[in-house]
Design a protein around this ligand. Structure first.
Ligand SMILES: NC(=O)c1ccc[n+]([C@@H]2O[C@H](COP(=O)([O-])OP(=O)(O)OC[C@H]3O[C@@H](n4cnc5c(N)ncnc54)[C@H](OP(=O)(O)O)[C@@H]3O)[C@@H](O)[C@H]2O)c1
Length: 313
């Protein structure tokens, strides 16, 4: 069988996608590809100026279009305002929401908290996205849309379990930043799997696919080094970049394959080479840390308690 490439993605004219964190890295490259095939992409970004720069870059000479909308996943009020504004705009433009890509993320750094007081990595990467999916659920449901959740190979080191408490999720102590990142990306994977099981049980037209980008050259690692006061290591990172990282364009391929309608709901997409660090996007076994339905249901329950609203289905 020939390997999947994004050339297999059909023409996307008339279809609308939302990508969180689309001003940089994997989100930017996924948006660029979709706009190139005629799609309309909503760049959901926390910094509108960065979003406008990205919009100018990817729409120049492209078949499709893009718009920038402000979204701070670390503030649940911003998530609610984004979803309300977007839903109204979709209605007034007569557009359907074909897919929501939960891509934005932060890794490492010191112990910081979201506006509502939750640890920043779990708050941004997991809670903000669950709140966003929930708020956009009516639009996703009417379109028979797709939710794509970007996880990570770091989720293999996640330690969330059926015994995890609310504090483990939102106020981890002691704070070990890389372990908390692993838990946040494990929570992404568990959420995607649980949501998939729920849509199947309910006969919902929405589909859900998880993916991971291997290890790709984006702003994620240099930002982590700077946040942790080790910015002096960034030039060294540039030097070893070709050895360790695949390109952001390659890292966006799992996201694009996850958006391909030929990829079934419940699938997990990522590269396979070098223990899944790089390569073409393939359909993978879900990591053991992300596949237990009981753990997934427990984390969904905790997440619903923290957000004050259950999962949308
Ligand atoms: N690169 C890799 O090797 C790798 C590996 C595994 C998983 N991932 C995952 O891939 C996804 C994309 O990351 P990337 O590698 O492309 O890194 P990136 O270049 O740093 O992009 C991250 C994006 O998330 C946005 N973001 C951060 N906090 C946000 C918030 N509170 N609200 C809204 N947006 C926010 C950033 O916005 P600003 O530019 O304004 O900060 C940026 O647009 C993440 O989920 C990451 O965990 C990446």
């Amino acid at each position: 069988m020939t390997a999947w490439t994004s050339r297999q993605l059909a023409e996307q004219t008339g279809r609308t996608f939302v990508i969180t964190g689309a001003n940089s890295g994997i989100g930017l490259e996924a948006a660029r590809d979709l706009v190139g095939r005629g799609a309309h992409v909503v760049l959901a970004v926390r910094d509108v100026a960065k979003g406008e720069a990205a919009r100018a870059l990817i729409t120049s000479g492209a078949k499709g279009s893009a718009e920038v909308r402000q979204l701070d996943l670390a503030d649940l009020d911003s998530v609610a305002a984004f979803a309300k504004g977007l839903t109204e705009k979709l209605e007034s433009d007569g557009r359907l929401l074909n897919a929501l890509v939960c891509n934005a993320g932060v890794m490492g750094g010191p112990l910081l908290f979201t506006t509502q007081g939750f640890e920043r990595q779990v708050g941004t990467n997991h809670l903000g996205h669950v709140a966003l999916v929930t708020a956009l659920w009516p639009a996703l449901h009417s379109a028979g849309g797709r939710v794509v959740v970007v996880s990570s190979i770091a989720s293999r080191g996640g330690r969330l379990s059926t015994s995890s408490t609310r504090e483990d999720l939102v106020a981890p102590s002691p704070y070990e930043s890389q372990k908390v990142y692993s838990n946040a990306k494990q929570a992404n994977l568990l959420f995607a799997q649980d949501l998939h099981r729920r849509v199947v049980a309910a006969g919902s037209p929405v589909s859900v696919v998880a993916c991971h980008p291997g290890v790709s050259w984006t702003n994620l690692f240099s930002r982590q080094l700077r946040d942790e006061g080790r910015g002096w290591l960034v030039p060294a990172l540039f030097l070893i970049r070709p050895i360790i990282f695949q390109s952001a364009t390659a890292g966006a391929q799992p996201t694009l394959r996850a958006l391909d309608p030929s990829t079934p709901s419940g699938a997990f997409v990522g590269p396979k080479l070098l223990n899944q660090v790089r390569g073409r996007p393939e359909l993978l076994e879900v990591f053991a840390t992300g596949s237990d339905p009981e753990v997934a249901a427990h984390i969904s329950q905790l997440t619903g308690d923290v957000l004050g609203t259950p999962l949308p289905i």
